[in-house]
Design a protein around this ligand. Structure first.
Ligand SMILES: Nc1nc2c(ncn2[C@@H]2O[C@H](COP(=O)(O)OP(=O)(O)OP(=O)(O)O)[C@@H](O)[C@H]2O)c(=O)[nH]1
Ligand SMILES: [Zn+2]
Length: 230
């Protein structure tokens, strides 16, 4: 019986191209990060009159939106918040985390600046989704920290990526940003993208009794720059 050729020889013989898993993943990541603006409208808020832009992206079902205030020139660094969805904090005022208050603080800062962009990325629960975040909360009620809970559920600590956010900013004509964040990993996540972070702007809110341990875990285990408000 003749031996089967190895995959690469077979591919050569048939004019096929064999891609490594890493090449396929890199390709999907690039393709996934393409965004299409699907709608835009006026959005008057208590923080001022924003424009709201809706985006979609292949392979990513998240209905991401961007709110913008004012105008900018192509080389102007724009005050920007890339906010990850937290339904419990952003909508219901949960005190387990700092998300809702950070969202309000960021919108206020944009309003004071008179110019800026606020991206609302549908990466609930650091990318694990709402139901899984609530499962993680349940484990945290039993004594685990936010990272241990994610890991016990079989998820990485943080499953977000920032390529789509960078593409949305590029679509809005933003090339340089002053990024409102306490998370240095967001800067790393944006490096090599079409957007340059020229400054990190602290967006810290005071801790409360419900989120003090959670914020400490973020500081110690996730490397968030926190502490000026405690
Ligand atoms: N899995 C999980 N997600 C959480 C938990 N608490 C908050 N989140 C999510 O964490 C995300 C926000 O991430 P944070 O680590 O608070 O902040 P960040 O966006 O990385 O950093 P900043 O820019 O400084 O706000 C949101 O998607 C929340 O839904 C939790 O206990 N478990
Ligand atoms: Zn939150």
């Amino acid at each position: 019986m003749s031996r089967l050729p190895d995959l690469e020889t077979f591919a050569d013989q048939h004019g096929l191209k064999i891609l490594s898993i890493a090449q396929i993943v890199a390709y999907l990541r690039r393709y996934e990060a393409n965004v299409t603006r699907v709608a835009e409208a006026r959005l008057p808020t208590k923080y001022g009159e924003f424009k709201v832009f809706a985006y979609e992206s292949p392979f990513d079902p998240g209905e991401h939106i961007a709110l913008t205030l004012g105008e900018w020139s192509p080389d102007q660094p724009v005050l920007t918040r890339i906010h990850s969805e937290c339904l419990t904090g952003d909508v219901f005022g949960s005190m387990r985390c700092d998300c809702g208050e950070q969202m309000e603080l960021a919108l206020k800062r944009l309003s004071e600046e008179g110019t800026g962009a606020f991206l609302y990325m549908r990466q609930e629960g650091r990318g694990i989704g709402l139901h899984n975040k609530i499962k993680a909360y349940s484990l945290q009620d039993g004594g685990l920290d936010t990272i241990e809970a994610n890991n016990l559920l079989g998820f990485d600590t943080d499953m977000r990526h920032y390529g789509i956010g960078a593409k949305i900013l590029a679509d809005l004509g933003i090339k340089k940003i002053k990024l409102l964040t306490n998370n240095p990993k967001k800067l790393v996540g944006l490096s090599g993208s079409e957007v340059e972070v020229v400054e990190r702007v602290q967006v810290e809110v005071p801790p409360n009794d419900e989120n003090r341990d959670y914020l400490e875990t973020k500081r110690v285990k996730l490397g968030h720059i926190l502490g000026s408000c405690s």
